[in-house]
Design a protein around this ligand. Sequence first.
Ligand code: ADP
Length: 162
Amino acid sequence: MRIGIYPGSFDPLTNGHLDIIGRAKQICDRLIIAIAKNSAKQPLFSVQERLEMISRCCHCEGSSVETVAFEGLLVDFCRAQGVSLIFRGLRAIVDFEYEYAIALMNKKLAPGIETVFLMAQSEYSFVSSNMVKEVASYGGDITSLVPQFVNEMLQHRFSGRK
Ligand code: ADP
């Protein structure tokens, strides 16, 4: 069985992430969507909130997709879960340098695990969690960029700040 993982911050989940999830699912038998707990980042949504977003938006019940949160080295988590494929999305050249360095380091640490890059669809290639948060914080319309549930959570989070 080929187990893949799609790690990220997902703060919040966007339609760009959902597109990658849908395509990664086709390439492996089981896909783990893994929220990286990163103490260096100040997330807008808690790990619990992000787990709920992903579970609701990916219709995980009964499917080959599951959602987890993890701490520590990704490759250690991959080994413990029997993961052989790491999926990452590439939007533009600016993503490349960062993603390439991580992929090389992971290859060094765990030669048996392959990183697979999926190119962002053109309609989502400008979409990032940070951009979505910024636009939503000023009341901009992001309905076509995130799932409805995420949009509601963003509206709720920022409603007290206007
Ligand atoms: P991280 O903090 O690990 O970069 P993100 O949640 O921002 O976490 O992104 C997780 C992965 O999804 C990264 O590989 C990123 O390049 C990719 N990604 C983010 N947004 C998009 C998008 N709109 N289209 C395709 N891939 C994306």
